[in-house]
Design a protein around this ligand. Sequence first.
Ligand SMILES: *[C@@H]1O[C@H](CO)[C@@H](O)[C@H](O)[C@H]1NC(C)=O
Ligand SMILES: *[C@@H]1O[C@H](CO)[C@@H](O)[C@H](O)[C@H]1NC(C)=O
Ligand SMILES: *[C@@H]1O[C@H](CO)[C@@H](O)[C@H](O)[C@H]1NC(C)=O
Ligand SMILES: *[C@@H]1O[C@H](CO)[C@@H](O)[C@H](O)[C@H]1NC(C)=O
Ligand SMILES: *[C@@H]1O[C@H](CO)[C@@H](O)[C@H](O)[C@H]1NC(C)=O
Ligand SMILES: *[C@@H]1O[C@H](CO)[C@@H](O)[C@H](O)[C@H]1NC(C)=O
Length: 903
Amino acid sequence: MLAQSGLENAARLLGLGFLVLNHSPIVVARVVEGRNLETPTNGRQVIKLDTDWRFWHSFENLDGITYDQLKAYILPCANDFITNPSDHYQRPSSEPNITVQYADKKFDDSNWETVKVPHDWAIKGPFYVGADAPVGGGMGRLPVQGVGWYRRKITVEQGDTDKAIYLDIDGAMSYAIVWLNGKLLGGWPYGYNSFRLDLTPYLLAGKDNQLAIRLDNPMQSSRWNIPTNMFQCTQYPGGGLYRNVWLTKVDKTHVGQSGTYITTEEVSSSSATLNLAVSVDNKANFKRDIHISTDVFKLNLETGKTGPKIASFPRASVSVLPGQSVDSSSSTIVQNPQLWGVWTSQQPSMYIAITKLHVGADDQVIDTYETRFGIRTFDPSSKGLLVNGEHVRIQGVNQHHDLGALGAAFNVRAAERQLEILRDLGVNAIRTSHNPPAPELLDLLDQMGFLVMDEIFDSWEIQKNPNDFHLIFPEWHEADLRSFIRRDRNHPSIYSWSVGNEVGEQFTEADGTAVAQGLVDIVHETDPTRPVTASMNYAKPNMTFPTAFDIISLNYQGEGIRDTPPYSHLPGITTPPLYSAFHSAFPEKLIEGSETASALSSRGTYIFPVTGEISAPINDTSGGNSTTMQVSAYELYTANFGSSADKTFAGQDPYSFVAGEYVWTGFDYLGEPTPYDAARSSYSGIVDLAGFPKDRYYLYQSRWRPDLRTAHILPHWTWPDRLGKVTPVHVFSSADKAELFLNGKSQGYLAREKYSYRFRWDNIVYAPGEVHVVTYKNGKVWAKATVETVGNATSLRLTADQSSISADGEDLAYITVEVIDSKGRVVPHASNNITFDVAGAGELVATDNGDPADLTVFPSKQRKAYSGLALAIVRAKTGEPGPITITASGANLKTGRVVIKAL
Ligand SMILES: *[C@@H]1O[C@H](CO)[C@@H](O)[C@H](O)[C@H]1NC(C)=O
Ligand SMILES: *[C@@H]1O[C@H](CO)[C@@H](O)[C@H](O)[C@H]1NC(C)=O
Ligand SMILES: *[C@@H]1O[C@H](CO)[C@@H](O)[C@H](O)[C@H]1NC(C)=O
Ligand SMILES: *[C@@H]1O[C@H](CO)[C@@H](O)[C@H](O)[C@H]1NC(C)=O
Ligand SMILES: *[C@@H]1O[C@H](CO)[C@@H](O)[C@H](O)[C@H]1NC(C)=O
Ligand SMILES: *[C@@H]1O[C@H](CO)[C@@H](O)[C@H](O)[C@H]1NC(C)=O
């Protein structure tokens, strides 16, 4: 049998039969810009430093080091991203007066743990419990705090000694300080940004170079545990070297860090003008005369390989003095370009520019640098977003950076799976809330045809938490912002930059607006081609703050906050729906909902009675249960400031100028388990933490992919203790009429009113048997669905999302376990204990079930099913091809098994 996705299984659970995933193969370039070449013959060697790290962590600051103490040595690392030379930082002439034993070459780290990078020190737990836990629900109840040290040897070949050698870190959480051979090199405090350090002056030929990296997550440095503050937004940061780390060896004269910038203009289907800027750094101690050549090739997105050459830029010559950097610009024309486009009405196409630096009479190539890019037009206006001239509604979701049970440790397949599930739902846009993402995520988004709002900051000068980014904003914001824009500006999927989220500066009018304007100016200088925004949950149309931005991005305010009767008893600010007022105040600007909904639910859990409203806040008599820490999946309940999907849609649809929305959130994420702080993960996802769709998935899918012939019934129909009780039945479909049957008897025929988004039969009295719906569109049968009362659990059924995975130590298989009855139907209440076993060429990485209240550690091989499902994440062992057998067993259940191959 072919491998099936968890989605198909979930669809089956929810009575839908099989759902066919649109799974086109995505070959992710697993390396990022400028890093695709592993062969030194091209003049550039990029080595992934993933294995052989030694790691040690302490909750106490045992080494006594602080960022402030060493700041003078770290700040100069920002200089490349600070444009005014007089603002550059000077490294003190003497070395710091401290002894750092863990950075010492001679320090014996043999007792330290051996880890592979990307690595998140906190994800294995255990979870903290209790109201006074050092890390509460807001940050995922996981031990992210404290100091972590990573040590690794670096080998320098004899031939490398005249090269420039860099350490490139895609993300280190946080306050990274780096030593080589006991010498302090520098660091980078903002844990979400990528940075480069020059190792060259400190390296010795041979094996014996000792790298040591100290990371520090001070308490309250992410946002957490401020229950009474209106900024009660929090997230799980993870801890450690949680993204890739690279060693780049290149000629001393080379293309600089993020050193190419490609823009397009006069784009049509017959031709496009490409503009290229290349910055050449000369770290040699003599002048270099360089010829720059750049050829443009088609990029084959199926194979990841370079296709035919389609254009060349004119060769350019530059002279670069020692220690200098010179920019060279040129333009060329591409005939009949294949445009990058947005799924579903368009297709992504991409190109790759290969830039070479040549020297001497024989034109020797000393550096080769690859830049992937796309050709497309974005036209944001008050009418919405045009992509290549076509109006594309933004059907977006917010995504935090964690990958559920894998934590913050980046994994390409885990991210790709999230995007596949979201794309199938109809999502076409991602907001990287609220921080720079892994570079590989942007590669995936480019290749899968998503739009991106790339966001950098969550706070500016004004704190949300005592130790958050505001402490370093004055000294670092320019460097963080410029390095972020330069890193990401060649990605065709990014249509907008966001410089902030719900910042405190919204409240300070002229002062806050000046800070905003300063950030916007930096972005415009670094990338003049894209609009800039920041998400506003407070600023109003008549305030100055929104004037700083090219795009108006509203968090919750567009649809209104606490503005309907079910919310009237709540404390807090009431905001009427503001889309119209913002449109009047800024008639030229694109307006989007950058956070909408914050609707909450637990997959497959239904709580009675059901509100008759279309949207209501949660308490113990309204959709929630604070004892079990579950929220009803009738998909009508929200955070106190939120709106259900139905209320959100009704708040947007009267206004054709609304460009679209980003739902809070696509996936559940670690931390911020509103409304139950004792839980571990959020309730806001359309998809749960394990990747299983909640009922809401089909509500959004009906809206975003209206051509899919689906009808989705909720709740399930196995309620032995609800005999004779009112049990509302709701149906999600893009149909306009529907008729419901209970055990063959019609329960009435409903037509969907304007601005209503579900069919609801609220007075159905439960009797076991079968619920069946027939939906109609334009008078014709559209889709049907059935949900049956199922029997007791008898067996476990396993399915894998991929039938084979690479034996590269990185690729993952996601194994869905269903608890089923004797007829193979998923038992919707099942919470059986399941024990996993993985044999052969693979290993178990983590398990989950999507229950926000489950505090079983993620690496556990025992996991309770939640609403009938559980998940195992399996990795192949590096370089060990062969079969991998995954088994799941449970008391009184027939064991389930699936075999996949490691290739
Ligand atoms: C180094 O620091 C110690 C303790 O802070 C101090 O006593 C000593 O004088 C310092 N040495 C130098 C050379 O600055
Ligand atoms: C903005 O408008 C609101 C009412 O819509 C009003 O209460 C407030 O005073 C106005 N603020 C400014 C700065 O004009
Ligand atoms: C619970 O929520 C409902 C519906 O919004 C509301 O009517 C009720 O007053 C709330 N109960 C409490 C105790 O706040
Ligand atoms: C919450 O769930 C528990 C366990 O099922 C139940 O005993 C309790 O009555 C529920 N509480 C509410 C408020 O529904
Ligand atoms: C299901 O299990 C319950 C309790 O274990 C038992 O009473 C009932 O008869 C079983 N039902 C079926 C259909 O086997
Ligand atoms: C599941 O396992 C846990 C821990 O071993 C145990 O406490 C619990 O009773 C088990 N639950 C069921 C339904 O077997």
